[in-house]
Every structure is written in C-alpha cells, then in structure tokens.
Design a protein around this ligand. Sequence first.
Ligand code: NAP
Length: 306
Amino acid sequence: MEKMIIVGTGCAGLTAAVYAARANFAPLVLEGHEPGGQLSTTTLVENFPGFPQGIEGPELIMGMKAQAERFGARFEYATVTEFEPAGGHVRLKLDDKWVETETLVIASGASAKWLGLPREKELVGHGLTSCATCDGAFYRNVPVCVVGGGDSACEEATFLTRFASKVYLIHRRDSLRASKIMAERAINHPKVEMVWNSAPVEYLTDTEGEMRGVVLQDTVTGEKRELEVKCVFVAIGHTPNTGPFKGKLDMDADGYLLQRQGTHTNIPGVFAAGDVADRTYRQAITAAGQGCAAALDAERYMSHHG
Ligand code: NAP
C-alpha cells in the first residue's frame, strides 16, 4: 500500500511531489505519455516568478524533478488505465499491474487537441505536429503554418520564424485570443503572415505522403483556396487527461475534474491539481500552486484518518 501516488510530472505533479516528499511520504510519481507535461515542449518561460531572464521549460521541469528526488520522491514510467475506489483507499491499474494507495493526487494535465480532419493520425510526423519546439528545426527555409489564435499559436509562430522561410498564422476569426504581448510579437514579425477568418478543411500531401499544403476555407465567405506549406503546427488548445476516471470522479462536460473544497474531488483521499482541473488559468505557476495545495490536502486527509 502506497501512502501517496501522484499521477503526472508537469508543474502540478512535481510540485506536489516536492511537498509530499519533504513531508516524508516518499510519494510514487507516475510519468505517463508526456513526461514533464506541456512545459517540457515549450521554450522560454518568461512569467514564472524568480527567473528575471526567463527559464527554458524543460530546465524548469528538470529542476523540479531533481528537487522532488532529493527529498525521496520515487518516479516510475507508467500509465493509469483503470481506477477504482476501494473502501477508504484507491486501486489503480498501471499498464498490467494493480497498485493501491491511501491518497491519490491526479495531475495528469491536458493533451493537445487536433482539428479532426481526415488522415490526421497518419500525417502526424509527416508534416503535421502539435509541437513547434519538438519539430520546428526540421523545417528550415520552407513555408509552414500554425493553426490557432491563442498564446500557444502565437508563441509557436514566433518560435518557428527561427527556422522557416515564412510562417502563416491561420485563425478562424479576425482577432486573436492571445495576450497582447504575445499577439504583437507574432503579428509584427516580418516572417509571420496572418491568415484571418480561415480554417483548414483538408490536408494536401505529395506522392510520398508528406505534407505539401492545406485547403483553407474562409469562415465568412465559405470560399476555398490552397496554401502551400511543408508543415502544419496545430495549436488549438488542449483536452484534460481524465479518461480512466470517467464515470467515477465528477467532471464537467469537457472532462475537467471538479474540485470541491480546495483540491478534494468527490472521492475521499483523491485530489486534483493543475490543468486536469483548471480550465480558467492554465498557467505553470497556478498548476504549481495547485500541486502544493493538493499535497497539503492529502497530508491533512491522512492525519485526520490516522
Ligand atoms: P486557447 O487559449 O484555448 O486558444 C485556442 C485557440 O485555438 C483559440 O484561438 C481558438 O479559437 C482556436 N481553436 C480552438 N479550436 C479550434 C478549431 N477546431 N479550429 C480552429 N481553431 C480552433 O489555447 P492555448 O493557446 O493553448 O492557451 C492555453 C492557455 O495556456 C492559455 O491560458 C494561455 O494563456 C496559456 N499559454 C501561455 C503561454 C505563455 O505565457 N508563454 C504560452 C502558451 C499558452 P477562438 O479564439 O475562436 O476560440
């Protein structure tokens, strides 16, 4: 029986791990499909307090992990496939084995959304991606596009100007959702061309199955046109990773876990922190704050329950 299992190694999970480890719980921390969460695929983080010059996302994550390990957190690569409450504690199926824990902190984050166009799955890795940091350098001196209008889309478009000959930023409306500073940085970059009121409706491939462009539809007039690009970077937001908890933990219509008091879920001993439960702020620092709160809530729960 584990005292505490933490699902996820993004900002929320790792902060929970630092707090729980320092409280001598030696938490078992599960790294799933995307170790390090969204920060591990971002570039410079300029708004995490304490780093006046900014800090690279992966560096921030590695520092948090080292800090948690220093105090006794244990890390394991495993994915939760099933979850069941079991009379005062919780059972989790990790790939092919079951484990039991007194408390569970779910900090499994959120994963990139896709456009839902035909052949999307097979094109990932052949000119379709959701991660500019991972794949941008493969597309040097060729035109690429980013789809989306939020901070992610602007950040990716600006980042891609380091490599691409041109970056089209395709947005379905005529104004960006992104914060002013990120929007201006993208819009004012000479390599970025805004494509307003447009949505990709088809991916175009060459004879070798590699991306050669997209068919864009004007969201106002309905007109269609082709845009030649070698890679499409989709940056249209995220979906919370709550699959194994469906039907057992309370969540909203989009699958975000619902917190009751503090980080408590509807099942005693189970806590939620970070993007998996936060559709409002979704920042590294708010996720870290929630991770801290969840570890403290779990610690108090254990002392109240002997
Ligand atoms: P977001 O803010 O939810 O923006 C998603 C964008 O994609 C919106 O512009 C949306 O259009 C568009 N979109 C959604 N579904 C679409 C579809 N099916 N087809 C075409 N377009 C679609 O997501 P995000 O940009 O990933 O940002 C998430 C959070 O992380 C935000 O709080 C953001 O501030 C934060 N963030 C911060 C930084 C930073 O500070 N360094 C970097 C990245 C993200 P509409 O506008 O029309 O809805």
